[in-house]
Design a protein around this ligand. Structure first.
Ligand code: KIV
Length: 273
């Protein structure tokens, strides 16, 4: 088993992520939604922690990310910020908080920054949300883009399959990526697209490209922490590498506890006052 200790313990900033891309150092990213997990993820040397709206699926058991509210995202982001010393904390703007009107988008991004302490926001989409991205950036709030499979648009796509296999969609994605780069986004997440296309985007844009199901020729990788730790059952996309089987570990510990209570083995004399 290989372990990693970050040599540079300074706080990660958007500027340091840009420097990592320039010197070819890969960027390690994971999601977190709560204090306990955020602290573990940060201590492991993860550079960029995303408070993803996948909290809707992972924490709340919803089938899509759409029900997530701004207040809920702020709550999760605050909990994560409380557990993090080094990583950059980025908070997803939930569905409906930036697509309608750029003034509302800015007001919502400001709420995230003020009330959670997150250091950046992430928005899904390209040309359609240009005005919102511009306005949020103009207030000095770092923005991370997200293209390819954008789960907030699941009702338009109709499935979670690989995106941008067709030329027209691939060209739009390339143009959107160039636009987000030119507008001044600090990073771009590419989800579930062909590896060659992701590699092309990473070569063409100046900002770090973080992939999830987008192959290895990008500047960094992101996974949902609960998925890579083997806590989620029944979700096994090809891109997911499981680094642990925590479901089994937790199940064993929980049933051991239940059994100890039932047979009056817990607590023992040393475990009482
Ligand atoms: O919400 C999320 O977890 C995400 C990642 C999958 C990139 O957007």
């Amino acid at each position: 088993m290989s372990t990693y200790t970050a040599e540079d313990q300074r706080k990660v900033t958007t500027r340091r992520l840009a420097e990592m891309k320039q010197r070819g150092e890969k960027i390690a990213c994971l999601t977190a939604y709560d204090f306990t997990m955020a602290r573990l993820v940060d201590e492991a040397g993860v550079d960029f922690i995303l408070v993803g709206d996948s909290a809707s699926n992972v924490m709340a058991g919803n089938t899509t990310t759409l029900p997530m509210t701004l207040d809920q995202m702020i709550y999760h982001a605050r909990c994560v910020v409380n557990g993090v010393k080094r990583a950059l904390v980025v908070c997803d703007m939930p569905f409906g908080t930036y697509q309608g009107n750029s003034k509302e988008a800015l007001a919502n991004a400001i709420r995230i920054m003020k009330e959670s302490g997150a250091e950046a926001v992430k928005l899904e989409g390209g040309a359609e949300i240009r005005e919102s991205v511009e306005r949020i950036l103009s207030a000095g709030i770092p923005v991370c883009g997200h293209l390819g499979l954008t789960p907030q648009s699941i009702n338009k796509f109709g499935s979670y399959t690989v995106r941008a296999r067709e030329q027209a969609e691939a060209e739009k994605l390339l143009n959107d990526a160039r636009m987000l780069d030119e507008l001044g986004c600090f990073a771009l997440v590419l989800e579930k697209i062909p590896a060659d296309l992701a590699a092309q985007v990473a070569r063409e844009v100046s900002i770090p490209v973080i992939g999830i199901g987008a192959g290895g020729a990008v500047d960094g990788q992101i996974l949902v922490a609960q998925d890579m730790l083997g806590m989620s059952k029944g979700f096994s996309p090809r891109f997911l590498r499981r680094y642990a089987d925590l479901s089994t570990v937790i199940n064993d510990a929980l049933s051991h506890y239940v059994s100890d209570v039932k047979i009056s083995d817990f607590p023992n004399e040393k475990e009482q006052y």
